[in-house]
Design a protein around this ligand. Sequence first.
Ligand code: GLU
Length: 472
Amino acid sequence: MRDNSFLESVGRYFDAAAPHTGLPEGLLSQIKICNSVYQIYFPVKINGEVQVIEAYRAQHSHHRSPTKGGIRYSNHVNQEEVVALATLMSYKCAIVDVPFGGAKGGVRINPWEYTEEDLEKITRRYTTELIRRKFIGPAIDVPAPDYGTGPREMAWIYDTYRSFHPDDINAAGCVTGKPVSQNGVRGRTEATGRGVFYGIREACNQPDLMDRLGLNLGIKGKTMVVQGLGNVGSHTATISQDEGGVVIIGVSEVEGAIYNPDGFDIHDVIRHRAEHGSILTYPGAKAFGKEERRAVMEFECDILVPAALENQIDEHNAGNVKAKIVAEAANGPVTASGAAILAELGVVVLPDIYLNAGGVTVSYFEWLKNLSHMRFGRLQKRFDEQNYQRIVEQIETTTGRAISDRDRQMIIHGADEIDLVRSGLEETMITGFQGIYELYKEKEGIKDLRTAAFALAISKISNDYISLGIWP
Ligand code: GLU
């Protein structure tokens, strides 16, 4: 069976998990359906010519407020895609206990074909349309970056919202992923990739799972292939190499893919691409040109990380996947038909609705920072440092030995914002994995981690509906 669309694939994942929740049909239908979609066409003058731009914002579920999710700029944007992505956001937030409903926005443009000035015009006009329909606000719906957008676009959105709401003291909470200088939070840019790393590391720390795959316990020394070196892919790769001791042996980008079973330094590859405009000329690696770049999915490795767009592993290429673990850093990279084939091959898939939830988790921290109007760590950092200093002094007096300056600096360091954000993200990803893994092991009939993740998300959302008194 093949999937006609991304949305259909998400629907199939939902339907596979729903029977394991024991919830009534009506409640399940409410949790599955997308509550509202706003479709907009607006004119923008580009090079003296008026262009009509097609855009969307979908709010999948209002069981919690505000709704939350990124805004994508791509010429593949369409209503079904936005709805599918908004749906995944609801389940993602539920799994990592981020108290938002799911949403997603999309503007149907190729952002790389426009100048910065044009993009600013389009972004500000899109934001104005959202404001007009009350589809944005710190208590209503809070966008963030997604494919084709980043901190720059979020700053424009914030500025536009603020000028329409000069008396809203919480205006900064209308969007997340802002630059740190514009009320953003430290660690948001790396957050999705860092979360992907924590998630993979947690999976690799499960003895029964590693046994089943015939892999050693722990992430260190595992080989990894990354599809896409955008924000998510590049941070996943660099952090996995630097902090996890992973060996990166393959990567792909729009121009093609490279593979070297002995591994390469990912920082060096990224630097090479920035200097030469392509990864294909990277020395010592086997290169696959643009037309063959999908070969990246078939490279021999322990962990394959699709970190670009949806529908990358389907019924046509799933059978050729040689990785033991597929780590879904992107949203929807494996279709339901592709997933069925991977399951037959015994490949473990770490599902997107858990694995890439680090982005929205740190967005939640940013939103909290904006509502509290204070940087994390501001209250306790010095207090903690003075306490640690006293402890060090006590140890020195009792033992009669001086602690080296280097060790002293390390021990007395009080947490900065970045330390707290990373610690909160790590805790979230570990707890999230445990919730899914326990359900997977305990519930007979649940055969894979994605079904467990969907079942967990559906149950959590149903608790909200029930406690809201909407359901008896
Ligand atoms: N676009 C990201 C995602 O798909 C982040 C969403 C957010 O931070 O709200 O999860």
